[in-house]
Design a protein around this ligand. Structure first.
Ligand SMILES: Cc1cc2nc3c(=O)[nH]c(=O)nc-3n(C[C@H](O)[C@H](O)[C@H](O)COP(=O)(O)OP(=O)(O)OC[C@H]3O[C@@H](n4cnc5c(N)ncnc54)[C@H](O)[C@@H]3O)c2cc1C
Length: 390
């Protein structure tokens, strides 16, 4: 039987590592468990880049949270040896006029109303400033000079290093078994049968969370999303400022991507994805490359025939409403769940640890309303109560 920790954190992705660090900063003794090594190659947080954007359509809640987190990214970057957050700005492209209902228009309007200075662009300006894009293909949009991308895997590695330095017991090679029983949670059991005890247990296992906390299986799903890297012989045309992280009619098509980084240009699609078993071998669908190349042929022709040097299936931990779940289990004392990143949580990294520590160490109800423990039924009842619908 190992020492009793104040908090056992399960999962060394961005939810878990930021939680471990913040809990330790607040004086708790913490052990962080992960099959490792950290950053884990299969973790959603482990990648060369992730978008860090303020732009959240008309959703003032996430926009406000991102204003706080962006300040955190700038602070982190100022104290890291090498900046792992690159504020290149982000380009939001529309193939037609930015109409009222579009993600781009509602982002533009809500950010402008909050005092953020954005640069509206027409087709000519897009072609002149960002020449790699097919001229005339996108006729409206804007450039937001704030935001950019984070080197996500390197960020997890840096934070894990800080956690170790602060005294977090980081245990790699430690996979836990699904939680059993229905009473108070006083620890976890590892695959090898060892018990790790703690006053509280935080499950932050990403897409594996519903495997470990089965009662979440009706509201969290593992969704596979292909990510492809292209290696054009000349990266110059794909480097800032002439080429920055971008979205292209993302509300309708899901397309987004990054400037050249680590020798490649990464492209991804925030689409419906594929429902998967998180433990199953990760397989990118055979038609993914053709699908990506058809987009490139149409939008970024000079990249369409570049060698594809990596195909990866990364897993979203999708909650039924797209909001995170950071809360105490309603009936199992000692258990906290921090998951449901739903394809958009990494950018909140500077704030995640604080949100999770508030719930773990704070009095009941210390969490954020939109991240509370909820069911589809709750959401519907909430909706009905809110809209007066029966
Ligand atoms: C394709 C893709 C693109 C994305 N792009 C963006 C973006 O541009 N911007 C953005 O903000 N967000 C983005 N996201 C979302 C973001 O990556 C996730 O929301 C976030 O990284 C989730 O972090 P996590 O800690 O919950 O999960 P993970 O990073 O998956 O970490 C979970 C950890 O739990 C561990 N674990 C699993 N089972 C066990 C067990 N039994 N015992 C112990 N440990 C266990 C795993 O090893 C892993 O290290 C993207 C996600 C994907 C998939």
């Amino acid at each position: 039987m190992s020492a009793i920790h104040d908090v056992v954190v399960v999962g060394g992705g961005i939810f878990g590592v930021t939680a471990a660090l913040e809990l330790r900063r607040r004086g708790a003794s913490v052990v962080l468990l992960d099959p490792g090594p950290l950053p884990h190659p299969d973790a959603a947080s482990t990648d060369i880049t992730k978008l860090v954007r303020l732009d959240y359509g008309a959703d003032a809640f996430y926009t406000g949270r991102m204003e706080e987190a962006l300040a955190g990214w700038r602070d982190w970057s100022s104290r890291w040896k090498r900046p792992l957050f690159h504020e290149t700005g982000i380009l939001f492209l529309c193939s037609g006029p930015m109409d009222e209902a579009s993600f781009e228009r509602s982002s533009f309007d809500s950010l402008s109303a909050r005092g953020h200075r954005l640069e509206r662009l027409d087709g000519r300006a897009i072609g002149d400033r960002f020449p790699a894009w097919a001229r005339g293909r996108f006729v409206d949009g804007y450039y937001n000079p704030q935001g950019g991308f984070a080197e996500s895997g390197a960020v997890v590695a840096a934070l894990a290093g800080e956690a170790r330095a602060l005294g977090v017991a980081v245990r790699e090679g430690a996979r836990i078994r699904p939680l059993e029983g229905d009473g108070r949670v006083e620890g976890v059991v590892l695959d090898n049968g060892d018990r790790v005890s703690g006053g509280a247990v935080v499950i932050a296992a990403g897409a594996f969370t519903p495997v470990l906390v089965p009662e979440l299986a009706d509201r969290i799903r593992a969704i596979g999303q292909p990510v492809l890297h292209f290696s054009p012989p000349d990266l110059g045309p794909f480097e800032p400022p002439g080429f920055v992280p971008w979205t292209a009619d993302i509300g309708r098509t899901g397309w987004y991507g990054f400037a050249a980084h680590a020798g490649v240009v990464k492209i991804a699609n925030h689409g419906p994805g594929i429902l998967v078993d998180p433990a199953a071998p990760r397989r990118v669908p055979d038609d993914a490359e053709a699908f990506f190349r058809s987009f490139l042929r149409d939008a970024i022709p000079s990249l369409a025939d570049a060698p594809c040097t990596l195909k990866r299936l990364c897993l979203y931990c999708d909650s039924f409403d797209g909001d995170f779940i950071i809360d105490r289990h309603p009936t199992r004392a000692g258990l906290v769940v921090a998951a449901g990143g739903s394809g958009h949580a990494f950018k909140f990294a500077p704030s995640l640890g604080g949100w999770i520590a508030d719930v773990t160490l704070g009095a009941g109800g210390a969490g954020i309303f939109r991240f509370r423990w909820r069911t589809l039924g709750d959401a519907r009842r909430e909706e009905a109560r809110f809209t007066g619908a029966s």
